[in-house]
Design a protein around this ligand. Structure first.
Ligand SMILES: C[S@@+](CC[C@H](N)C(=O)[O-])C[C@H]1O[C@@H](n2cnc3c(N)ncnc32)[C@H](O)[C@@H]1O
Length: 322
């Protein structure tokens, strides 16, 4: 997964203007800052350094995570049309850009972002959309939109404000709300808290969970997934990375007001592939279960060979005989 070509071109231009040495230093500082679990706003960088480092190293990853999550959620929406969206803490617009790829009818996007340099870059990338430069803790109630996105955002707020923003985000969601957070224990705990809270307010889980029952994941484990991000040469140079890709780890929940269809189980670990069998760990309605699929199982074996961490099981195209 890679950013769309016109976005990559814009990022290259901004990176060239900042200069390679400054970008490399800024990217290192930003990534240390994230690893420590601190919010974007407090990163010890100039506005220009922060936004260019974000564009070059974080935006490809948040875009890839949003793309994967929105495709999963979209499959569960039963053909409902998404034509408007509200992106909270939009940054440079990654989640909206992904949503526009997944939902072709999405023409009216509103993006709310507090940092003027992030909003400024985002405006260049999504010039025809409505950008609101304001603090989401103060703004609102928001107008309703088919889809509300809060990707890597609410986790940056402190407790009471985060919960208030979550409730307002849900009220603004006409069809669905998508929350994505870093795939850390902290990110997962917040996603689970948000999931439980919104189920109590009538939300139905579209993904990743197979239902609206209590989450069976027990500490110290946590539910997270990975999105493969193809690194551009700029990304590789900035991070001095040898590999041509990286895996972005994230936790998420997508909730809808109404829900067509039953979600199958979810593969919550990387499949274990062996010579004659494949081990899957599946989160189903009855909890987490291991499944061992052998060569002898014909269609199940063929499906398991294509099974991926984060995918559904049984996959949508394969129905087991029970
Ligand atoms: C980690 S970035 C995520 C950006 C984008 N959603 C993405 O997925 O790439 C978090 C963004 O939320 C914004 N943000 C944090 N607190 C905010 C607030 N109170 N009001 C508005 N934006 C906020 C930050 O400025 C930053 O752009």
């Amino acid at each position: 997964m890679q950013l769309p070509p016109q976005v990559r071109e814009y990022v290259e231009q901004r990176a060239a203007r900042l200069g390679h040495a400054a970008l490399e230093q800024a990217a290192e500082a930003l990534s240390e800052h994230y690893r420590a679990g601190r919010p974007t706003a407090s990163a010890p960088l100039s506005r220009e350094e922060k936004v260019v480092a974000y564009l070059a190293t974080r935006m490809p990853a948040t875009f890839a995570a949003a793309d994967l999550v929105l495709r999963e959620a979209g499959r569960r929406l039963g053909g409902l049309r998404i034509s408007s969206s509200l992106d909270l803490g939009a940054g440079t617009g990654a989640a909206t850009l992904a949503a526009r790829e997944v939902f072709p009818d999405l023409l009216e996007a509103t993006l709310l972002e507090a940092d003027p340099s992030f909003a400024g870059a985002g405006r260049q990338l999504l010039p025809e959309q409505r950008w609101i430069e304001s603090d989401l803790r103060e703004a609102g109630p928001w107008q309703t939109h088919d889809l509300v996105l809060a990707c890597y955002t609410l986790g940056e707020l402190d407790d009471p404000e985060r919960i208030a923003a979550l409730d307002r985000a849900w009220q603004a969601a006409r069809i669905a709300l998508v929350l994505i957070e870093p795939g850390t224990t902290r990110g997962f705990h917040w996603v689970r808290e948000a999931r439980d809270r919104l189920i109590r307010q009538g939300g139905r889980v579209l993904a990743p969970c197979p239902g609206d029952g209590p989450c069976p994941i027990a500490s110290p484990d946590w539910c997270h997934f990975g999105a493969r991000v193809e690194r551009s040469s700029l990304h590789r140079r900035t991070k001095r990375a040898a590999l041509g890709y990286e895996d972005e780890k994230f936790s998420y929940v997508a909730l809808a007001r109404a829900f067509a269809g039953r979600t199958p189980g979810r593969i919550v670990r990387r499949p274990g592939r062996h010579a004659g069998w494949i081990d899957l760990t599946v989160c189903g309605r009855e909890g987490i279960r291991p499944e061992k699929i052998t060569r002898r199982q014909g269609p199940a074996w063929r499906a398991a060979r294509k099974a991926e961490w984060g995918g559904t099981w049984p996959p949508d195209t394969y129905t087991p005989h029970t």
